[in-house]
Design a protein around this ligand. Structure first.
Ligand code: HEM
Length: 157
């Protein structure tokens, strides 16, 4: 049974307005970032909203990405073939955490621990899925992230 006294990460963070503020801030910075600018040179004007919807759903918010933007398999496909590097991933993460501070995302250790864990996990999977020859043919249910830990290592295959 779901414990209603514990808010979802989505609720604790401030819902869609907070997520949109975070990703609008992040992607507005990207064109001025020498490491990330080339990666996102062709992103669509709706990119920030789509990523906000995706992360919102992962954090326990409404199923907007699944119902309107193609769900988790589509998100993975956006990364396929891009050969993302560790340097790009690390910079994505650094900039996002900086933006989280700037927009006033909750700073309690519990929230930040869960937030960083998801971002670490998600960005590392994005890099793996983006490598030439990566096998992304399997089932890809929408991840759900809560307050606990990631529960196990990545096992290829
Ligand atoms: C938790 C981590 C991540 C999440 C949740 C995420 C989510 C997404 C989503 C939802 C899209 C589709 C956006 C759309 O529909 O327009 C997307 C596209 C993309 N992502 Fe990610 N992403 C993550 C990490 C990364 C990282 C680390 C990089 C590179 C450093 C990256 C590079 C890209 C690129 C290049 C695209 C396509 C942009 C375009 O349309 O030109 N992503 N991502």
């Amino acid at each position: 049974m779901v414990d209603k006294s514990v808010p979802s990460l989505f609720e604790w963070m401030g819902g869609m307005p907070a997520l949109e503020r975070l990703f609008d801030t992040f992607y507005a910075r990207v064109p001025n970032d020498p490491i990330l600018a080339p990666v996102f040179a062709k992103m669509s004007p709706a990119h920030a909203k789509h990523v906000a919807a995706f992360v919102g759903e992962v954090f326990g918010g409404p199923r907007v990405y699944s119902e309107q933007f193609g769900g988790h398999p589509k998100m993975i496909l956006h990364h396929v073939g891009r050969a993302l590097t560790e340097e790009q991933r690390a910079q994505w993460m650094r900039l996002l955490l900086q933006c989280a501070d700037e927009i006033g995302a909750p700073s309690d250790p519990e929230f930040r621990s869960a937030f960083v864990a998801y971002i670490e996990w998600g960005t590392r999977l994005a890099v793996i899925n983006s490598q030439p020859g990566a096998d992304v043919s399997g089932e890809a249910p929408m991840p759900k992230w809560g307050w606990g830990e990631a529960k196990g290592p990545y096992i290829p295959g």
